[in-house]
Design a protein around this ligand. Structure first.
Ligand code: DX5
Ligand code: ZN
Length: 220
């Protein structure tokens, strides 16, 4: 399995964003995870379209944009235009995700469908054919630095089982509370795209932290 690290910029130092992105590039990180919060779907506000646009100008890394916003259909075109490569929408945030996922693909982007910890993977299986990646939240969305919720591994396992049984090839991403001590658990469960925010940024030694992730992930 080829595993992908997607560092969450939510925990980066926004005064040094260019520099921290450069460190990711120099250490073979393939994706950057960008968390967009609207203060409605989640009780926090983060960054939006202008920041995605600025990041697009300085890097060719895959921009993995996680929209924690109500009715994401309102902003798909804008985030595509800003330079997103993958657009993650929440299953819980829209009445009908099929047209939204279709629109993302129509714009030439990868469509990802995200579930909160209390949502079951079974609820999103009907959308597998419209989805390039499922994102399993392993914390309640809204904040970095929370503890991993063990029960969410069953969502990863369920998606992995369904994928193998039906010979599908969507990616399975996991987001929230992941560090180098618990990383093997989602990997063993079948996740192949790993988001990590506070375990990478926010302290000294970003390089060592990325390398430790890379080392563990290379075993899978
Ligand atoms: C939370 C975000 C995450 C967050 C992860 O709502 O979706 O991407 O940045 O941060 P850590 O890795 O610190 O839990
Ligand atoms: Zn996220």
């Amino acid at each position: 399995m080829n595993c992908i690290l997607s560092p969450s910029l939510l925990s980066a130092d926004f005064t040094k964003l260019g520099k921290e992105i450069k460190i990711c590039e120099e250490n073979n990180v393939p994706y950057l995870h960008i968390d967009v919060m609207d203060g409605m779907f989640v009780p926090n506000i983060s960054i939006g379209i202008p920041v995605v646009k600025s990041i697009r100008k300085i890097t060719d890394l895959v921009l993995d944009v996680h929209l924690m916003i109500v009715k994401p259909e309102r902003y798909i075109d804008a985030f595509a235009e800003a330079g997103s490569d993958i657009i993650n929408i929440h299953y819980e945030a829209t009445d009908n995700c099929i047209p939204v996922l279709k629109r993302i693909r129509e714009l030439g982007k990868k469509a990802a469908l995200t579930i909160k910890p209390k949502t079951s993977y079974e609820d999103v299986l009907p959308f597998a054919e419209y989805t390039d990646m499922f994102l399993v939240m392993s914390v309640e969305p809204g904040f970095g630095g929370q503890s991993f919720i063990d029960s969410t591994l069953k969502n990863v396992e369920g998606l992995a089982e369904y994928k193998a049984k039906n010979r599908l090839n969507y990616d399975i991403e996991i987001d929230g509370g992941i560090n180098t001590d618990n990383l093997t658990r989602p990997l063993d469960a079948g996740a192949n795209v790993i988001v990590a925010g506070s375990a990478i940024f926010g302290k000294e030694d970003i390089v060592n932290r990325i390398q430790k992730f890379n080392e563990i992930m290379s075993r899978y």
